[in-house]
Write a protein that binds this ligand. Structure first.
Ligand code: CUO
Length: 754
């Protein structure tokens, strides 16, 4: 009979399953049950194998690698995305221990014609158990050396896969077994760095880990909307950063729009993916990596202080007394990827020794590391692991210190100088439960996608920046020759608002933008779930720089645009030394300067420090796309860069005064001729150029990274005006930043949500 059935099936006329089901119904009668049990089991196996016989398996495409980001908590055997993609490995029993039987039912649940099976290569991975040392529900932190090493090792495994198909096979094998945050960290780093995958544009982390960016309460509402609406045009759920984490009683909460901004936190997450501290050398060793660690974080602090002045708050104080209770509490209202609540920090909490595997940090040790680093700075050299002196030269010093203080794998001597910055993140992140007696996991300071939400992040990084500052203060000031571009004179600097047609005014305002987070809502219905973010933005503007070239031939220059507040929070004018530390870079680009007078224009959306608006908020604004080339090429950006909507600080309603500075330095001295490679593009100033050396030979922050030089009168310059008088290729102009406080109301919220 079986042969007959198989024969009919082979002819393609009869489905074997139909006959087997009839046989099963016959055999299920009680009297025949016992004797037929063996036969039934065999039939059942045959029936299940038939599904695979009838379902077409497809070969993966490289783009399928991005499908692994969809619903990271749902196993690979659950359909992913609009195409309902399922990843299959022939020995899948080793993959889905919990769902060994259930996964075979997938087609019955979703319909065989509605799923698309992607057949992934069978590839053994002998050391997978090693990566399972970190359980799935433990908090992963790249600031913890043991975690960073493990993630670095996993990245190495992914990097060494012979082709992207093998890489995909390994990733599918690991995805459902390993700690999800560690897996996605290592997977993303490898995707960004492998020659055969670096052209893929990674999804925004908010789309697959929305819990790191959106409050648990809002996500619960998003799940409800996804379940009820199940259409792509459901109304967005408002997330009001200004109301999300604290009330106005807390003065620091007035900065929440900056600290909790989606784009800023995504930038920080992405920066650490591009510059991991551990892993194989082709990932970690990057041109001027240590210096960029210093500069990118220095710019964050300068921008934060600018925002503080916008809100009548004083500059952030360094967190340098580690025995004193914290002044600022923070309660993030976020859940971890695995569902537990991310702990907050009470007012009066104190830093104490951390004694919970794998976190072991003593404050005495932190102090020793700090003192040894300061000794190195003031002696002018570090001791390397071989006991040799390595001089902190003008050229290499900042690079050595960046890697030493962070500390990355490139530290000259991690046994002696330790792991100061990373350990500080961990110790602060665990101050609420340093010995694990309450089984609370690490706070936001332990996660680089969330750390910038906490006010203490800025105090910690101000402390770190002050160490770098001590090194910079020991260097010579720039000479006139080092600042000048002979024959080049800046004769005019204006900024023109495109819509208002007014000079030297930046206009800022609140704006609302949506993101669909449904790809990150594990085990929820498959409808769209759009969250509406309220964020700062500014009117599109254009710089106009007038230059006079007195030489008879054309020349090239590097235009460097910075801005600093003019007055402090008490409305007192800032001197040059103070303004130097507050200068935020707005743009840097090269120009060809013909002989005589010329005018050069540059749009705000072309900034070298930002990634396009649409990269943060993919729904984007169509009118912007029409206006700019940057908008059109948005998907050529890899994702690292300051968000365009946060380029200009908030200012205030009366107009915050600031100094806009421009320098046209000598391109022949500044720039390497860097070949532009065909791949996605990051914001160069804060992220470097992918696969290339950093495209500026000057030190990062030039010309404001050294002590103030002597002015034309022979005394140290005291004002920006004195400084600009040193050479003709520098100029500044006073600008106002006017903020329009048009906050959407609660009524708008409720209407939008329902
Ligand atoms: Cu980016 Cu402390 O390194 O945050």
């Amino acid at each position: 009979m079986v042969l007959l059935l198989l024969g009919n099936q082979a002819s393609g006329k009869i489905r074997i399953g139909d006959h087997i089901l009839k046989l099963q119904q016959y055999i299920y009668q009680p009297k025949r049950m016992t004797c037929a049990y063996g036969l039934f089991s065999w039939f059942e196996k045959l029936r299940r194998s038939e599904k695979y016989h009838y379902t077409k398996m497809e070969k993966p495409t490289k783009e399928n690698m991005l499908d692994l980001f969809i619903r990271p908590g749902e196993p690979c055997c659950m359909p992913k995305g609009n195409e309902n993609i399922l990843f299959k490995i022939s020995d899948e029993k080793t993959m889905y221990d919990r769902y060994r039987h259930e996964i075979e039912l997938d087609e019955e649940r979703f319909g065989a014609d509605k799923v698309k099976k992607i057949e992934v290569r069978r590839l053994s991975m002998e050391n997978i158990d090693k990566f399972m040392e970190l359980s799935r529900d433990e908090a992963f932190s790249v600031f913890v050396p043991k975690h960073a090493k493990l993630a670095g090792e996993l990245t190495r495994v992914f990097m060494e896969a012979e082709c992207w198909e093998d890489f995909l096979a390994l990733a599918v094998r690991c995805r459902d077994k390993l700690n999800p945050v560690m897996f996605y960290y290592a997977y993303s780093v490898a995707l960004l760095h492998r020659p055969d995958t670096k052209d893929l544009s990674l999804p925004s982390p908010c789309e697959y880990f929305p819990n790191k960016f959106v409050s648990a309460r809002t996500l619960a509402m998003a799940k409800e909307v996804a379940y009820v609406m199940s259409t792509t045009d459901s109304k967005p759920i408002p997330l009001r950063e200004q109301k999300q984490t604290a009330s106005d009683i807390e003065p620091e909460h007035s900065l929440a729009y900056f600290r909790e901004d989606l784009g800023i936190n995504m930038h920080h997450w992405h920066w650490h993916l591009v510059y991991p501290g551990d892993g194989i050398s082709e990932i970690v060793v990057k041109n001027r990596r240590g210096e960029l660690f210093y500069y990118m974080h220095q710019q964050i602090i300068a921008r934060y202080d600018f925002e503080r002045f916008s809100n009548n708050l004083p500059r952030v104080k360094p967190f340098d007394n580690w025995r004193k209770p914290f002044d600022e509490e923070y309660f993030p209202k976020l859940d971890s990827v695995t569902g537990s609540k991310i702990s907050g920090r009470q007012n009066g909490a104190v830093l104490s020794n951390v004694n919970r595997e794998p976190y072991l940090i003593s404050i005495d040790q932190l102090q020793r590391w700090r003192d040894r680093i300061l000794d190195a700075i003031h002696l002018g050299f570090v001791w390397d692991e071989a006991g040799q002196k390595v001089e902190l030269t003008e050229d290499e010093g900042i690079e050595i210190l960046g890697n030493l203080i962070e500390a990355s794998e490139l530290s000259k001597n991690s046994a002696y100088y330790g792991n100061l910055h990373n350990s500080g993140h961990v110790a602060i992140g665990l101050c609420h439960d340093p010995d694990n007696r309450h089984l609370e996991s690490i706070g936001v300071m332990g996660d680089n996608a969330m750390a910038m939400r906490d006010p203490i992040f800025y105090r910690w990084h101000t402390f770190v920046n002050d160490i770098f500052r001590q090194y910079k203060d020991r260097l010579d000031s720039y000479t006139v020759e080092e600042l000048d571009h002979k024959g080049v004179k800046v004769t005019g600097l204006n900024v023109i608002s495109k819509n208002y047609r007014e000079n030297n005014v930046f206009r800022t305002f609140w704006e609302e933008s949506n993101i669909d987070v449904s790809n990150g809502l594990d085990f929820a219905a498959r409808g769209a779930a759009r969250i509406r973010f309220t964020h700062l933005n500014h009117e599109l503007f254009e710089y106009k720089i007038d230059i006079e070239n007195s030489s008879p031939t054309e020349t090239k220059g590097t235009v460097r645009i910075f801005m600093a507040p003019k007055y402090n929070d008490r409305k007192l004018p800032l001197n040059f030394a103070e303004q130097q530390g507050l200068m935020i870079e707005l743009d840097k680009f090269s120009v060809v300067i013909p002989p005589g007078s010329s005018s050069h224009k540059r749009l705000s959306t072309e900034s070298s420090v930002t990634i396009p608006f649409e990269r943060t908020f993919p729904e984007g604004r169509k009118d912007l796309e029409e206006m700019t080339e940057a908008g059109k090429s948005v998907f050529n950006y890899c994702g690292c860069g300051w968000p365009q909507h946060m380029l200009i600080p908030k200012g205030n309603e009366l107009g915050l005064s600031a100094d806009l500075f421009v320098m046209v330095s000598n391109y022949d001295v500044d720039m390497y001729d860097v070949p532009v490679k065909k791949c996605c593009k990051d914001a160069v100033s804060y992220c470097g150029l992918k696969d290339s050396i950093y495209p500026d030979r000057r030190k990062m922050g030039y010309p404001f990274d050294r002590p103030p030089p002597k002015g034309t009168d022979g005394t140290v310059v005291k004002t920006l005006d004195n400084f600009c008088q040193l050479t003709e290729n520098m100029a500044f102009t006073e600008v106002k930043i006017i903020f329009k406080n048009d906050t959407p109301t609660d009524d708008d919220d409720s209407e939008a949500a329902r």
